[in-house]
Write a protein that binds this ligand. Structure first.
Ligand SMILES: [Zn+2]
Length: 227
């Protein structure tokens, strides 16, 4: 007579245990993500940097949290049909395409219809004029950046997430709440950081030292019962 075997495949048991632990782990210890509030800023292509400033590279002014990226010493004037913003900070290094990131309040002030779009997706970006000390360019470049969370690929995988997933985040405080449609964006060198613009930050009481709680894309609550 054959010996009886376990009714549960050990590999399957492991998988189930891991999934249960991950779920309970999320609920007990929701991942906390630090916030970065993006004021209006400009990324320039190398060609536009040359036209506006007559230089080949930005001069770094201040490091930001994401490795390799920095606020540049260079600032530009952003001109719309209704208004002008002076001393708008450039962010380095150069990008493939020039991109002007503004809040929807800024867009309204400038007289532009800037779409909410992911960085680099400029198909519907608003036409805007950018002035530097050496020249002027006019580009379809103005967007309100879609809110997103930077993180390393391995970190994302450890949370069961991957590039382009969307999650929600929970925010404490008197103006706190839950925001949806937060895009996960990964690169090996990135560190976890939620990026929102000044409209979102002011509405929710967020600063660049605020921590928010990640909510799983499948809607499992990780807010410690405070939702
Ligand atoms: Zn970002």
């Amino acid at each position: 007579m054959a010996t009886t075997t376990s009714p549960l495949d050990p590999g399957l048991a492991d998988t189930v245990a891991q999934q249960v632990c991950a779920q309970v782990g999320w609920m007990l210890n929701p991942p906390l993500i630090v916030t970065g509030v993006s004021n209006r800023h400009v990324h320039l292509s190398a060609e536009d940097l040359r036209t506006l400033f007559g230089v080949e590279e930005f001069t770094p002014h201040r490091q930001v949290r994401q490795p390799g990226e920095f606020a540049a010493a260079e600032t530009v004037t952003v001109v719309g049909p209704k208004h002008t913003f002076e001393q708008v900070r450039c962010m380095g290094p150069c990008r493939k395409a020039t991109q002007v990131e503004i809040s929807l309040t800024d867009a309204r002030a400038l007289g532009l219809e800037a779409p909410v779009a992911q960085s680099g997706h400029l198909e519907n970006a608003a036409l805007v004029t950018i002035e530097g000390p050496q020249g002027t360019v006019r580009r379809p470049a103005a967007i309100a950046a879609a809110r997103h969370i930077h993180m390393g690929d391995a970190h994302a995988a450890s949370l069961g997430l991957k590039d382009q997933d969307t999650v929600s985040v929970a925010i404490d405080g008197p103006r706190g709440g839950i925001i949806d449609h937060v895009i996960i964006r990964t690169k090996p060198e990135w560190v976890p950081e939620l990026h929102v613009d000044t409209d979102e930050a002011n509405a929710l009481g967020l600063t660049s030292t605020s921590f928010v709680r990640l909510i799983r894309p499948d809607g499992v609550e990780t807010t410690g019962g405070r939702r």
